[in-house]
Ligand binder design. Structure first.
Ligand SMILES: Cc1ncc(COP(=O)(O)O)c(C=O)c1O
Length: 299
C-alpha cells in the first residue's frame, strides 16, 4: 500500500520536544522548525511571500539563498503553482538539486551569498517578477511568516514566558520577526542569538555597533555554510532587537555545532550542524535556570 508523508505547514504543527534537564537546573524545550517538507525554518516566511505575490498578481518570485530559503521557496511556490527563480552560489548546498526537483528555476553564480543577492535583485526587475528576498518589498510578509513560531510558542506555553529563547542568526531576519511578535504579544522573553564564530558581523560586532566584515574575512565550511555572512542584511536591526529583549549574541565554532547536533540526535531531532547552532549556544552557557527554548533551523 502506498504511504504518504504529511509535513507541517506552519509553526503550530512542528514539535516542541521536552529535553528535560539537559542542562542542570534548567528545563530545555526544543522547537524543531526543521520538520517542514523543505527542512527549513524559513518555510512559513516563504509561504507568506508566495501568498502576497499571488494576491498582487505577480508572475514570478526571485530570491537569493544559501540553500535553505531557496528550498523553502521552491516548496512554498511549487505548492501554489507560482514560478520562482532561486539564485545560489555555485558549489553551495546541494547545487540546487532539491529546488529544481521542487520546480524552481535555479541560477548559479560565482561568489558568496551576497553576490547571489545582487544577481537576484537584477533578475527581479523583469516584468511581472518580484524580489522575494528577506530585505525586499515583501519584508512584512517575511516577518509575519517567521513570527508565527513566536505565536505558536506563546500558545504552547500557555502564556507563561520562558527564561530565554535561543535563536540562530544569519541575516538576522528570524530574530527580528520573533522579537516583534513577542512584543506584540506582550511577552517579555530575552532572545539569545547564536551564530558562526568569526563568520558573521552580528557575532563579531556584538555588543558594539554593527560593522560589516570584508568578503575575505569569513570562512565557509560544510558545517557553518547557512550561517556565514560578511554582511548580514538585517544585522543592525537584529542586534538592536536582541539588546532590547535583554538577551545577547553568542558565537559557536564548528566543533560546537557538531557536538550540539549529536545531543539533538539523542532527543529525536535531526538538524544539520548549522541548524543546531542555537543549541550550541545554549550548551556553552553557564548558570541557566528556568525554561529555555531552543529553535532549530535546518535539516
Ligand atoms: C539553517 C539556517 N539557520 C539559520 C539561518 C539564519 O537565519 P536568519 O537569516 O533569519 O538570521 C539560516 C538562514 O538562511 C539558515 O538557513
Amino acid at each position: 500500500m502506498p504511504t504518504s508523508v504529511s509535513y507541517p505547514i506552519n509553526a503550530f504543527e512542528t514539535p516542541l520536544i521536552d529535553a528535560g534537564e539537559l542542562v542542570p537546573g534548567a528545563r530545555i524545550l526544543i522547537k524543531d522548525e526543521t520538520r517542514y517538507a523543505s527542512g527549513s525554518h524559513k518555510e512559513p516566511a516563504a509561504r507568506a511571500v508566495v501568498a502576497r505575490a499571488i494576491a498582487e498578481g505577480k508572475r514570478r518570485i526571485v530570491i537569493a539563498t544559501c540553500g535553505n530559503y531557496g528550498r523553502a521557496m521552491a516548496m512554498g511556490a511549487g505548492a501554489l503553482g507560482m514560478p520562482c527563480t532561486v539564485v545560489l552560489p555555485a558549489g553551495w548546498s546541494d547545487g540546487g538539486a532539491f529546488m529544481r526537483e521542487a520546480g524552481a528555476d535555479v541560477v548559479l553564480v560565482d561568489g558568496a551569498y551576497e553576490d547571489a543577492v545582487d544577481e537576484s535583485k537584477r533578475l527581479a526587475q523583469a516584468d511581472g517578477a518580484v524580489d522575494g528576498n528577506v530585505d525586499g518589498p515583501y519584508v512584512a510578509d517575511v516577518f509575519a511568516g517567521h513570527g508565527l513560531v513566536a505565536v505558536a510558542l506563546h500558545a504552547a506555553l500557555g502564556g507563561e514566558p520562558p527564561a530565554a529563547l535561543w535563536v540562530p542568526v544569519g541575516n538576522g531576519t528570524t530574530v527580528i520577526a520573533i522579537a516583534r511578535r513577542f512584543r506584540d504579544l506582550g511577552w517579555d522573553v530575552p532572545i539569545h542569538g547564536v551564530g558562526s564564530a568569526g563568520n558573521n558581523p552580528i557575532v563579531t560586532s556584538w555588543p558594539g555597533e554593527y560593522r560589516m566584515l570584508g568578503p575575505d574575512e569569513v570562512t565557509t565550511t560544510d558545517h557553518n555554510q547557512p550561517l556565514v555572512n560578511w554582511h548580514a542584511l538585517q544585522g543592525a536591526e537584529a542586534m538592536a532587537a536582541i539588546a532590547a529583549t535583554g538577551g545577547a549574541v553568542h558565537a559557536a565554532t564548528d566543533e560546537q555545532l557538531l557536538a550540539a547536533q549529536t545531543v539533538l540526535h539523542a532527543h529525536g531531532a535531526h538538524p544539520t550542524a548549522g541548524g543546531s547552532v542555537a543549541m550550541a549556544g545554549l550548551l556553552a552557557a553557564t548558570e541557566l535556570s528556568g525554561t529555555h527554548v531552543v529553535l532549530l533551523s535546518g535539516r
